[in-house]
Design a protein around this ligand. Structure first.
Ligand code: TMP
Length: 236
């Protein structure tokens, strides 16, 4: 499958049309941003790692009954995906308090949550992706009740599958962000990426951060952390 016109350029990926209206090609960049684009930089090799990690995890999820947009990895950075209309929500799943939740609730990062927390943010850069609840989503018709119920149940199942898988390679899944899309026939599928850009991964034993927080917080060792995730998941 061949790229035709560029449809969209985001902070970490470009999306191209193909000759087939049902499919797109995503191309992962090394560019990194944080704090809604305020902090800018680049992480050498990130595009290739995020492409491969995302595809590996999407395949794992497919095997466990979660429909995804994944079709075929073309090369290091590029993947064919089903063309979807993105539901304009960031779906955040949390197992341990960290990041904005720790700040908002005034608890120490690393505090165990006694049950899983599901949050939604409205995807709008100009508004800074504000947190919204189910009532806002239905009132604004960003998704129907049926779609939202499906999204929530997929998100919780994804949390279980990923947490269990990662535990076996000594990674604790602290929290992560998902995006869902709708295919031309209205099916809800998992879209976007699942990578160290969009998840908090801590070493189970040392609690070392192996994700984008190393970039956000200037902790150093950013590239090494991304490589470590690739190695633990794909063995290379
Ligand atoms: P937060 O604690 O900053 O709200 O982040 C929660 C999770 O969502 C964390 O794993 C990082 C991920 N995330 C994104 O993927 N994109 C974003 O723009 C933000 C703010 C967080």
């Amino acid at each position: 499958m061949q790229k035709t016109t560029q449809l969209y350029e985001g902070k970490a990926k470009k999306v191209y049309a193909t000759e087939d209206p049902e499919y797109c090609i995503v191309s992962y960049k090394d560019d990194a941003t944080a704090f809604n684009g305020l902090k800018k930089g680049s992480i050498a090799g990130k595009g290739a790692i995020n492409n491969r990690v995302t595809n590996f995890l999407m395949k794992l999820l497919e095997k466990n009954g979660i429909p995804t947009h994944y079709v075929e990895e073309l090369n290091d950075r590029e993947t064919v995906v089903r063309r979807v209309k993105i539901v304009p929500l960031e779906v955040i799943v949390r197992n341990i308090a960290a990041g904005s939740l720790a700040k908002r609730l005034g608890v120490e990062e690393g505090t165990k949550l006694h049950s899983t927390v599901l949050e939604y943010c409205y995807k709008d850069d100009a508004l800074g992706d504000p947190m919204v609840n189910e009532y806002h989503i239905l009132a604004m018709q960003w998704a129907t009740k049926e779609e939202l119920d499906k999204i929530a149940s997929y998100a919780l199942k994804i949390n279980k599958v990923l947490s269990d898988y990662l535990k076996a390679v000594n990674i604790e899944l602290i929290d992560f962000k998902l995006e869902f899309g709708k295919t031309s026939d209205g099916t809800i599928v998992l879209a976007d990426e699942i990578s160290p850009d969009t998840c908090r991964f801590w070493d189970s034993v040392t609690k070392e951060k192996l994700d984008k927080d190393r970039f956000r917080r200037d902790l150093g060792g950013v590239e090494d952390a991304y490589h470590e995730i690739l190695k633990r998941l794909l063995g290379e």
